[in-house]
Design a binder for this molecule. Structure first.
Ligand code: SIN
Length: 465
């Protein structure tokens, strides 16, 4: 239990206070849960076409406020303004997609094995949904959850990350302005652990959807067991990028940069291990290092910034430790700095780095980096590349570059990953299923798959016909 307190939202590029917001008390959160639960019985009765119209209005309002929301996002998250502008549209893509999917929540009939029977299968919203969203994509990770929930007829309550609550608060205000009732979509502010416990313990919440780290996801799964909640988990990743000997090297370099350096390397799907055929490793590494040298690090509000700050000092220190460990074990720094963690002035800015001669004894080969560091390791056979790529408990995204369709098909079949980019470093899209295998998560978000977790299946057997 916790008292009323405040969250200080600071700009990671400057350390300046952006805004202070009140945390909700336990009682307030319980009241909001009750309100969301009670309103579910009204919201689910609104027909799918009417829900779709409200969602489209919400999306249109967000687009109208694109510049304002993007600026807010850059100030609380640090990412370059151009990326924030792009994220606002990525966020509305989910709303637009699920507004249409609301109208396609189909059931089916099944031929019975008895002339007097009829079998009908229908889909129904699961109930009140609670979402816990991360700081790395404050807009898109929220709408990726809210849009299918609301479209399905569920009510929704979201707890944004303490680092970046302002974007979410604004999106929820705009939802209300668009006519989505206050009880249908609510925002709760508090510490992750406290609010997470209230959510998991509440029998009124029927589903939890979470994007964040694997350890936190595991504890939410465990804590949800007592009330047998449905869970969707989008957890950590450690994406391999395999570059085969026949690959188009320039394309592989350009797409690796997109994957690796978006949001300063702070995405769950970003390239974390670059596994290059030994015959092209020198050429690839030099070309990558040349391009990476051109990336400009700075305040996301400044025009021309490619790489903003990382989110906080903890992130900075983790990245610095991985780089140091790799150097100590023999990695060569092709571009980048050594980090002085005692130098307060450099906190939060990590220079994009390329490491060569990486080997499987280095921490960076197993720990998610969440920073702009590109470690390169070489391989000889495709079997060896697959072994390195799959040697991790994670299974979110993987990438490979080859123009040989046999190699491509083999890699697609053997890689144990939920999302695979073939000659493509940016596969994320609202219309496609996003999610991981192994300890990277449960369920999928986006695409036609992304609305299913918000629906229950009812089977009706009619007899005596
Ligand atoms: C994430 O990092 O969790 C999401 C990235 C994306 O949607 O591309």
């Amino acid at each position: 239990m916790f008292d009323m307190s405040v969250i200080k939202v600071t700009n990671p590029a400057t350390g300046e206070l952006v805004k202070e917001i009140n945390m909700n008390t336990t009682e307030e959160i319980s009241d909001m849960i009750q309100k969301g639960h009670d309103y579910f019985y009204t919201w689910k009765e609104l027909n799918a076409h009417a829900r779709a119209k409200l969602l489209l209005k919400w999306s249109a309002l967000i687009k109208e406020h694109q510049a304002e929301i993007a600026e807010l996002m850059t100030r609380e998250n640090g990412k370059p303004l151009s990326e924030s502008m792009g994220e606002v549209i990525y966020a509305t893509d989910y709303i637009d997609w699920y507004a249409e999917e609301a109208k396609r929540i189909y059931g089916r009939t099944i031929p019975a094995n008895n002339d007097q029977k009829r079998i009908v299968v229908s889909k129904h919203p699961i109930g009140l949904v609670a979402a816990i969203t991360p700081w790395n994509f404050p807009a898109a990770m929220m709408t990726r959850k809210a849009a299918p929930a609301l479209a399905a007829g569920c009510t929704f309550i979201v707890k944004p990350a303490v680092e970046t609550p302002l974007t979410t608060i604004r999106l929820v205000e705009l939802a209300h302005e668009a006519g989505i009732p206050e009880a249908a979509i609510q925002c709760v502010n508090g510490r992750g652990r406290d609010v997470g416990d209230i959510f998991t313990e509440s029998p009124l919440i029927r589903k939890i959807t979470f994007t964040g780290s694997t350890p936190v996801g595991k504890s939410i799964i465990k804590n949800s067991a007592d009330t047998v909640k449905s869970v969707t988990m989008e957890l950590g990743g450690h994406a391999p990028v395999i570059i085969a000997k026949d690959a188009d090297i320039d394309l592989a370099v350009a797409q690796t940069i997109i994957s690796k350096y978006r949001n300063a390397g702070q995405t769950c799907v970003c390239a974390n291990r670059i596994i290059v055929h030994e015959s092209i490793v020198d050429e690839f590494s030099e070309k990558l290092a040349e391009k990476v040298k051109e990336l400009r690090v700075g305040n996301g509000m400044d025009q021309g910034t490619d790489i903003g700050p990382v989110i906080n000092r903890g992130a900075y220190e983790k990245i610095a430790a991985q780089v140091q460990d790799a150097i100590d074990k023999g990695a060569e720094v092709l571009v980048g700095n050594k980090y002085d963690v005692s130098d307060e002035s450099s906190y939060y800015f990590v220079h994009p780095t390329v490491l060569k001669n990486v080997n499987v004894d280095m921490d960076i080969m197993y720990e998610e980096t969440f920073g702009p560091i590109a470690p390169i390791i070489s391989f000889n056979t495709i079997e060896e590349a697959v072994k390195i790529a799959n040697d991790t408990p994670f299974g979110l995204a993987a990438y490979f570059f080859t123009n040989d369709y046999r190699t491509g098909i083999q890699l697609h079949e053997k890689l144990e990953y939920g999302i695979i980019g073939w000659n493509d470093g940016g596969p994320s899209a609202a219309h496609a299923p996003f999610g991981g295998m192994k300890e990277s998560g449960l369920g999928r978000e986006g695409g036609i798959e992304g609305i299913e977790p918000y629906l229950e299946t009812k089977y009706l057997s009619i007899g005596n016909v």
